[in-house]
Design a protein around this ligand. Structure first.
Ligand code: FE
Length: 212
């Protein structure tokens, strides 16, 4: 078995978009769309001043990826990077490819004079958080805010919409929450604990889809 990390090239978009599809279907906020992801990947691959995508190959097949997007910190007076889209194909998790990818990205950033790497991960994804801690990343006290400037097609409408249980049709309304289930009114579905289950049929949170 041969592991190899290299920079993504034109032609790698489709496989990378497939991997992002796996990643985004795990994340609460994003719905995958291969065409959109390929377009984004292509922008970075063709404009190396924006960032760098690294792919991890096993026996010549891309089984993982990570990217660094470049920006500047006036606080540090240095270039800094955002680490995005870290994903390893499920069959290859826990076998060291993720560590190789992160190490490669960190070594690259250090050697290019970057002062810091920042990343975002799901609040309740303990596996990912543990992984990043083991790679020397520490949780920031900063809070993430953002404003979408498009029509929202890339983001699930999880900010305010209702979610429907696939098993029984029960609707979770963020305005009402589920007080009997321990979820206060005005709790977005994304903020509902992963342990929560449908109050009607006890299906798990992952059995809900955005409804409106
Ligand atoms: Fe249900």
């Amino acid at each position: 078995m041969i592991f190899r990390i290299r920079i993504a090239l034109e032609g790698d978009e489709a496989r990378c978009a497939e991997l992002l599809g796996i990643l985004f279907s795990q994340e609460h906020e994003f719905t995958p769309n291969a065409e959109t992801q390929s377009r984004g990947l292509s922008i970075i691959i063709r404009n190396p001043e924006l960032g760098r995508i690294f792919v991890g190959e096993i026996d010549g097949v891309i089984e993982g990826m990570v990217m660094l997007l470049f920006t500047v910190s006036t606080f540090l007076g240095q270039k800094v990077a955002l680490l995005e889209d870290m994903v390893v194909a499920p069959a290859w998790r826990g076998k060291g490819l993720g560590t190789l990818l992160i190490n490669h990205a960190v070594d690259f950033a250090r050697s290019e004079g970057f002062g810091r790497i920042t990343l975002l991960t799901d609040r309740d994804n303990n596996t990912a958080q543990q992984f990043y801690r083991s790679q020397g990343f520490a949780k920031s006290e900063m809070v993430v805010f953002r404003k979408l400037l498009d029509d929202g097609t890339t983001l699930k409408k999880s900010e305010s919409c209702t979610w429907m249980c696939r098993e029984c049709g029960y609707l979770y309304d963020p305005a009402e929450g589920d007080p009997e289930g321990g979820i206060k009114a005005c709790t977005l579905f994304a903020e509902v604990s992963g342990q929560w289950s449908c109050p009607v049929c006890f299906a798990s949170k992952s059995d809900f889809d955005p409804f409106s």
